[in-house]
Ligand binder design. Sequence first.
Ligand SMILES: C[S@@+](CC[C@H](N)C(=O)[O-])C[C@H]1O[C@@H](n2cnc3c(N)ncnc32)[C@H](O)[C@@H]1O
Length: 229
Amino acid sequence: MLRTDVIQKIIDKKKATRYLEIGVNNGDSFFPIEIAHKVGVDPSFAFSPERKIEWVSKNPCNGTAEYIDATSDAFFASAQPIEKFDVAFIDGLHTYEQSLQDVLNTLDNLNQNGVIVMHDCKPPHVPAACPAPSLQAAIDLNVPGWDGIWCGDVWKTICHLRSNRKDLRVFVLDCDFGLGIVMKGKSDIDLNLTKAAIDAMTYDDVVDSKENLLNLKDENYLFEFLESI
Ligand SMILES: C[S@@+](CC[C@H](N)C(=O)[O-])C[C@H]1O[C@@H](n2cnc3c(N)ncnc32)[C@H](O)[C@@H]1O
């Protein structure tokens, strides 16, 4: 299942009206999403004006979409009070620290039963998982086997949330490089890692213990989840 399918199914089930996407790039995930109001945040949008117009005719709700040309931190710092969102997709800077900050800021601006979807929580191989402060820095590392896919260490945010936020329900769907699902609610399976332990973990850990660390679920678990929200 693709990220857009998962996001749209959650939107449809919740009859959601407000969507936030952090990290839009060329709009592959943003443009197809159908919802009354969408906000995209990116300091470096990568689509052409023609592509934007084309997508307004393909999916009319793009006509009222808001595009915020800023980092997620700047967006959350400057736009207070932000009208709360029902569903958010976090796919900006792929570092543990920034993806965690994005989740925390989004939670502050999410409706009570809102759902966060996080991309890139299960990197497919070592090069995709290399920690770096930016995509360009990851490219510059010249890691053997690099194929352009970069998930960074976003997966550590899942470990962090599961260990520190027992008020959240957190799991990862095993599709599209790992789709993390975060919402307010009771956590199911416990994880108790210290910050130092999470910092010290490497890609080998997530490969060896992905079910436990990520609370990894088969993609079809989505349908059970949808019944519960
Ligand atoms: C992987 S792309 C997003 C892809 C898109 N969501 C999709 O599924 O097709 C990551 C995007 O995050 C943006 N980005 C990087 N740092 C960011 C930040 N601090 N805040 C928001 N977006 C950021 C980049 O400019 C880039 O366009």
